[in-house]
Write a protein that binds this ligand. Sequence first.
Ligand SMILES: Cc1cc2nc3c(=O)[nH]c(=O)nc-3n(C[C@H](O)[C@H](O)[C@H](O)COP(=O)(O)OP(=O)(O)OC[C@H]3O[C@@H](n4cnc5c(N)ncnc54)[C@H](O)[C@@H]3O)c2cc1C
Length: 390
Amino acid sequence: MSQQAKPFDVNEMRAEAEEFRHHLARWVDERLAPQAARLDEEGDFGHELFRELGELGYYGAMYPESAGGSGLAYPYTCFTVLCEELARASVSFAASVCMQGSTATHTIFKWGGAALHEAYLGPALRGEKIGAFAITEPNSGSDAASLRTRATACEGGFRLNGSKIFTTNGTVADFITVVATTDPAKGLKGLDLFLVPTDTPGFSVGRKLDKFSVRASDTAELVFDDVFVPHDHHLNDGQASGFLNAYKSLTVDRIFTAALALGNGRAAYDAALAYAKERSQFGQPIGKFQAVQFKLVDMLALLEQSRLYTYHAAELADRGDPITTEAALSKIVAGDGCNQVCQMAMSIFGGYGLMNEFPVQRFLRDAYFPVVGGGTSDIMRLIVARQLGF
Ligand SMILES: Cc1cc2nc3c(=O)[nH]c(=O)nc-3n(C[C@H](O)[C@H](O)[C@H](O)COP(=O)(O)OP(=O)(O)OC[C@H]3O[C@@H](n4cnc5c(N)ncnc54)[C@H](O)[C@@H]3O)c2cc1C
């Protein structure tokens, strides 16, 4: 998806990413951060904010201008910045945006024809339509090859039957890229991608799922009852399996999920550092106690490690280098590391950490999403182990 025509220039990459961050950070501070706690408490998707960010053009960060995108020279690094900056205010909101600007739109950008670009991609990048991507099913999570949603060929296209679970943006989506099998005996090779507008007869939302983590991110169970998908909505390059191609885009999403963890970890660290300077016990700020200082230093080390791994993987992606190992490692390091950062932040806040009026409990709850979403940490370990030849 990289739009680079000229050689990679690290200084130019940093300059573009920092300018991108600078403008975005202001919107995050002024618009998203003040509403983050309320969105979480009410389980509110934040439609107004979502539309606003779309109007500002951020959902197009990954795409060339010809597709209605921003035409950035270093799209992966900038999209990583987008995920990190949004997540330091709200991992929920960042997760919705990550789905919109990457997973849900990439398949259409890559394999949809001009008509699908006009009907879905353009409106999604402008924030006018919301997208989702559904692979996980009640009985098929890590083991995608075992999924049961069936696509049966019929006159003019396919009919989909089955159900999906844990679909981000599922109840609010205008269109969903659905992974279904055309031949269960073929396992992963039988999987294909189908674009389903959510007003198609036979599609319904089973239920909106209530969660303890990323509460403001919309998560749904979906039902497909003889849903007709015309041939031009079958996202396939005509040669290889659509899913196996899509899998490459899921690889880069691991970097973005690592960035969600990093942004959230940063927020927890900043809050804990400030609290350690404000809160006094035994006649002095608790930050004067070495035990608290050591926690803060360990948190900083984990954050730096997470940042280095995440942006290294994004840089490789912008260079067009292989990222299978690095993307999985970034998700392990940032996902698990920032979860620990949030646990230490809770500890520094003492009893106040458990109170809903302090955001640190939200940071900890939200720190569980990046270690599961897009594949668990152990599945990431499995991916890296395979790269080691096992
Ligand atoms: C908030 C949220 C949003 C999500 N959004 C989406 C979405 O938009 N679209 C979508 O399709 N999916 C989505 N998911 C699903 C997510 O990708 C899956 O939850 C994840 O892949 C794990 O699958 P599972 O929950 O079925 O767990 P399981 O696969 O049942 O795993 C359970 C445990 O077993 C372990 N395990 C499983 N297999 C192995 C193995 N081979 N080796 C070692 N350990 C193993 C796992 O690591 C885990 O600890 C979302 C999930 C959440 C929680």
